[in-house]
Ligand binder design. Structure first.
Ligand code: PMP
Ligand code: G9A
Length: 403
């Protein structure tokens, strides 16, 4: 039976994520995956989490197995405030935090509650594709600002803001991933962070700071959050335990002005009532017992080696006129290949040769970036990185010969 007649017109806004579709390929075929942002399972603290889960259910089962407040378990939010403070994130009270079902829900909440159709919003170009998908469901005008090795080019942002102002338009928010950008692997320089906040004040917009990666960096890097630099309450900060404990727990949070957190709370009620109580109790214990800290230490050790392996493999194998930033943290880097190479068209050949990556275009607001590809280095082994990048290098060389 064809069910199309039962499907609401409004559901057309939900587009399949290219990352999620590629994960099906990875599951179905034995390929080296540079596709999804999966943590390396060897970083999962399995024994500690098993012990914590057992104890939480046994000792706090009455609460941990029960419904809980939409904003999140208060004791967990208190623990989180202490953790964030000790990591340099400016936060006053647990009342400014709402726990979300991963940061992805944070993006969805922002989209549903802040964007009216035709509003102007800004993202980096490229940006996290699932953020674009979440925002697009609210039908805004999205302006993409290019990035370089120092993150978003705020001087270009300033030009665009001026142009819009002269047309009587204003930007509602700027969404940014300042540290260890997904997909580009870049980190915003201190002067650009300052400039962005100055612009937020001058042009009266909000900044959405998406920060899954700053808790584990591999090199000396300035990880001062925009939230910490913010003097006017203009930054909404979101992060997650997905990359520093386990994505399967689905625990993230938004930290922001109370008036906005209240709006997020009302919207979340109709989505899922609350994030898993059990996950929140487990996360609370994992933070308090230092399990998150241990996971971060391990992730740093493991991922630094993998990042370096990918950087050397790229230098050895990629054609001239390719560019990538050295990521100080995070799980990804993006390769800009010579113009004319279409990474989406190349993907089926790569899969046949046993490697999968995410073609870059879907990370771009305007679907430009056809000559880019995002490579994840946290999930494959060092050997797979060497082999996989070697295969990609050969494929790209073949293409360059033909362009
Ligand atoms: N934002 C960014 C920038 C991400 O890279 C990710 C995960 N890759 C998310 C949000 C969503 O993460 P989660 O829902 O697992 O917290
Ligand atoms: O599994 C997902 O969809 C999360 C991964 C995010 C990414 O690859 O950036």
């Amino acid at each position: 039976m064809d069910y199309s007649r039962f499907i609401a017109k409004a559901s057309e806004v939900f587009k399949a994520s290219e990352i999620r579709e590629l994960l099906k390929v990875v599951e179905a075929r034995k390929v080296i995956s540079f596709a999804g942002g999966y943590p390396d399972p060897q970083t999962f603290p399995r024994e500690s989490l098993a012990r914590i889960a057992y104890e939480v259910i046994l000792n706090y089962g009455d609460k941990a197995l029960q419904y809980s407040p939409t904003k999140g378990v208060t004791a967990f939010r208190e623990t989180l405030v202490r953790y964030l403070k000790s990591n340099g994130v400016k936060v006053d009270s647990e009342d400014d935090i709402i726990i979300t079902t991963g940061s992805q829900q944070g993006l969805d909440l922002v989209s549903r509650t802040l964007i009216d159709p035709e509003d102007y919003i800004v993202t980096e170009n490229p940006t996290y594709l699932a953020a674009l998908t979440a925002f697009r469901t609210a039908r805004p005008n999205i302006i993409g600002i290019p990035i370089d090795g120092k993150g978003m080019k705020t001087e270009v942002l300033e030009e665009r803001l001026k142009e819009l102002k002269s047309l009587g338009k204003r930007v509602k928010f700027v969404y940014t991933i300042p540290i260890a950008h997904n997909p580009a692997g870049t980190t915003m320089s201190p002067d650009r962070k300052k400039h962005l906040l100055e612009l937020a004040s001058e042009y009266d917009f909000i900044v959405i700071e998406d920060d899954p990666y700053s808790f584990f960096v591999y090199d000396e890097a300035d990880v001062t959050r925009l939230k910490t630099l913010d003097q006017e309450g203009r930054v909404i900060y979101m992060s997650t335990l997905s990359k520093i404990l386990s994505p399967g727990l689905r625990v993230g949070w938004i930290l922001g002005p109370r008036q906005l957190v209240d709006v997020f709370e009302r919207a979340k009620q109709s989505m899922d009532l609350h994030t898993s109580t059990l996950s929140q109790y487990i996360a609370k214990e994992a933070l308090e017992r230092g399990v998150v800290g241990e996971t971060i230490d391990k992730a740093k050790r493991v991922y630094r080696v993998k990042r370096d392996a990918m950087l050397s493999a790229l230098s050895e194998n990629m054609v001239e006129n390719s560019w990538w930033a050295k990521p100080v943290g995070g799980l990804f880097l993006m390769v800009w290949l010579p113009p004319g190479i279409d990474t989406k068209a190349m993907l089926p050949e790569a899969v046949d040769e046993g490697v999968v990556y995410v073609p870059g275009a879907s990370f771009f607001v305007d679907e430009s970036g056809k000559n880019t590809m995002r490579l994840n280095f946290s999930y494959p082994s060092v050997d797979e990185i060497k082999t996989g990048v070697g295969i990609l290098g050969r494929l790209v060389k073949k293409k360059v010969g033909k362009t």
